[in-house]
Design a binder for this molecule. Structure first.
Ligand SMILES: *Cc1c(COP(=O)(O)O)cnc(C)c1O
Length: 249
C-alpha cells in the first residue's frame, strides 16, 4: 500500500510540475470501492484523510467501521483517531438514502438534480449542518452517464447556492472510460470552462474552488485542466470490488 501510494503521489507531482501547479492545491481522495477494511485503515495511517465511496450503503458501513475502530483504539489508550477523516459521496444518491447518510458524510459530490439538492438541504437543516456539495456534470454528454447537462448546470448551481444548508464548492465530472486522450482532455476542459463561468457569475462566491476530476487512468489530464480533487481507486486498491456484506468484520 505504501508503495502504491508513493507511486500515485509521484505521478501527481510530475503532472503538477508539468502543468506548473502546486501539488498542495491537489487533494488525493482514495476511492475505497475495492479496498479491504484493513487497507482503508492503512491508507489513513499513511496520511490520506479523504475517502470516497460510490454506494451510499457501503459508505455507511465503512465510515461506521472506521469510527468504531478508532474509538476502540482510543479506549485502549492506543492514541487518538486522525484529526480529520472526510468521507465523500461520489455515486448516484437516491433521496431516501440522504437522511441516514448525512451524519457520516462530509462532502457530497454527486448532486445532479434539484430534487436531490432540496432533500439534502431539508435533512441538513434538521441536524443543523451546512453540507459542502459539488454539482456532477455530464460533460461528455453520453446518454449513459449521470450528471446534469452542461446547458442546465448554471441554473441548477444558482438554485443550490440559494439553499441555506448547502454550500456549493465546485463541480465533479467523469470522463468516458474508453476514449482517446484528446476526447478525455476535452471533457475536463469543458468542465473547467463551466467552472470558470460559475465563478464569473459569483455562484458560491469564494467557496467555489473545486474541480473534482481525474481517476486512476486519466488524472494526469485532469491535473493539466485544473483538477483540485482526484478520485483514485484502482491505482491504490486494485479492481476487485469488495461487496458491502463481506467488508463487515
Ligand atoms: C470508482 C470511481 C472512481 C475511481 O475510479 P478508479 O478508476 O478506480 O480510480 C472515481 N470516481 C467515481 C465516481 C467512481 O465511481
Amino acid at each position: 500500500m505504501a508503495d502504491k501510494l508513493a507511486q500515485v503521489r509521484e505521478r501527481i507531482a510530475a503532472a503538477a510540475t508539468k502543468a506548473k501547479r502546486e501539488t498542495s492545491e491537489i487533494t488525493l481522495i482514495a476511492v475505497t470501492k475495492a479496498a479491504a477494511p484493513d487497507q482503508i485503515r492503512e491508507i489513513v495511517s499513511l496520511g490520506v484523510h479523504d475517502l470516497a465511496e460510490s454506494r451510499p450503503q457501503v459508505l455507511l458501513q465503512r465510515a461506521a467501521q472506521l469510527n468504531e475502530f478508532y474509538q476502540r483504539r482510543a479506549v485502549y489508550g492506543e492514541g487518538p483517531p486522525p484529526s480529520k477523516i472526510r468521507w465523500h459521496m461520489i455515486g448516484h444518491l437516491q433521496r431516501n438514502k440522504v437522511k441516514p447518510l448525512l451524519p457520516l458524510v462530509q462532502v457530497i459530490q454527486s448532486i445532479d438534480s434539484l430534487r436531490l439538492a432540496e432533500e439534502i438541504d431539508t435533512q441538513a437543516a434538521k441536524i443543523d449542518r451546512k453540507i459542502p456539495v459539488l454539482l456532477e456534470v455530464n460533460a461528455s454528454e453520453e446518454s449513459s452517464k449521470t450528471g446534469v447537462a452542461v446547458g442546465a448546470a448554471v441554473h441548477l448551481a444558482e438554485q443550490i447556492d440559494s439553499m441555506d444548508n448547502l454550500q456549493i464548492v465546485g463541480l465533479m465530472t467523469m470522463a468516458p472510460l474508453e476514449a482517446s486522450e484528446s476526447a478525455i482532455r476535452n471533457v475536463f476542459a469543458r468542465t473547467r470552462e463551466l467552472f470558470e463561468e460559475l465563478r464569473w457569475h459569483k455562484i458560491g462566491r469564494t467557496h467555489m474552488r473545486h474541480l473534482s476530476m481525474g481517476m486512476s487512468n486519466d488524472f494526469e489530464a485532469a491535473i493539466a485542466e485544473g483538477a483540485t480533487m482526484l478520485r483514485i481507486g484502482s491505482a491504490l486498491f486494485g479492481t476487485k470490488i469488495v461487496e458491502a456484506e463481506t467488508s463487515l468484520e
